[in-house]
Design a protein around this ligand. Structure first.
Ligand code: FMN
Length: 179
């Protein structure tokens, strides 16, 4: 089984989650490739059994470079006829999305639209979206947003517990895909 993890990260939170996924997949015997979005443009997603895509929440959306990547990939796959009406699921192809967020105003509601956006991309390509994973991340550069928001003091997050939760989610996923 092989896996591709694509992520974008400005201050390292999403990168930490991506690396945790990568390490857990490798420990589970999966051949895993980890790439930031800007290096993933030429990757053929259909060559992988498992595709992960992750981003932080920026005003409840994926950041611009992630949206650009998705638009370009959608155009590419549309031209090839891969985007089919009613979106039949491709056998054996699974996707997972992961999002980091600080939730200063409304908590996880600020991250869920990002998870849905990323998930729709994979689903439109025919991947079965097997997970939407959310991790709290410190709002680097803004002490106020990291201490006084809806989620309280989130400095140092994702912390070890957050990353252990991700490892647990990877292990659970591998149980379902490898039987
Ligand atoms: C420009 C900017 C906008 C952000 N907007 C939101 C937001 O609307 N909601 C939220 O929960 N977090 C927001 N955040 C916080 C990030 O989503 C959070 O810190 C994330 O973990 C950063 O990931 P990274 O370290 O991988 O870049 C924002 C951060 C920045 C820098």
């Amino acid at each position: 089984m092989n896996a591709l993890i694509i992520y974008w990260s400005a201050t390292g939170n999403t990168k930490q989650v991506a690396e945790t996924i990568h390490n857990a997949l490798k420990s589970g015997g999966v051949n895993s490739v980890l790439k930031p979005v800007k290096e993933a443009e030429t990757e053929e997603l259909y060559e992988y059994d498992l595709v992960f895509i992750g981003a932080p929440s920026y005003m409840w959306q994926p950041p611009e470079p992630v949206q650009e990547y998705i638009k370009e990939k959608m155009n590419y796959h549309r031209e090839r006829g891969d985007i089919k009406l009613c979106t039949p699921k491709l056998p054996g192809k699974k996707g997972v999305v992961f999002v980091t967020y600080s939730g200063p105003h409304t908590g996880i509601s600020e991250a869920i639209p990002v998870g849905k956006y990323l998930g729709q991309f994979l689903e439109h390509l025919g991947f079965d979206v097997a997970g939407e994973w959310y991790a709290v991340g410190e709002f680097h550069g803004s002490e106020e947003n990291s201490t006084k928001g809806r989620l309280g003091d989130i400095r140092g997050r994702p912390n070890q517990q957050d990353l252990d939760n991700i490892t647990r989610d990877v292990n659970e996923l591998l149980k379902t895909v490898t039987g």
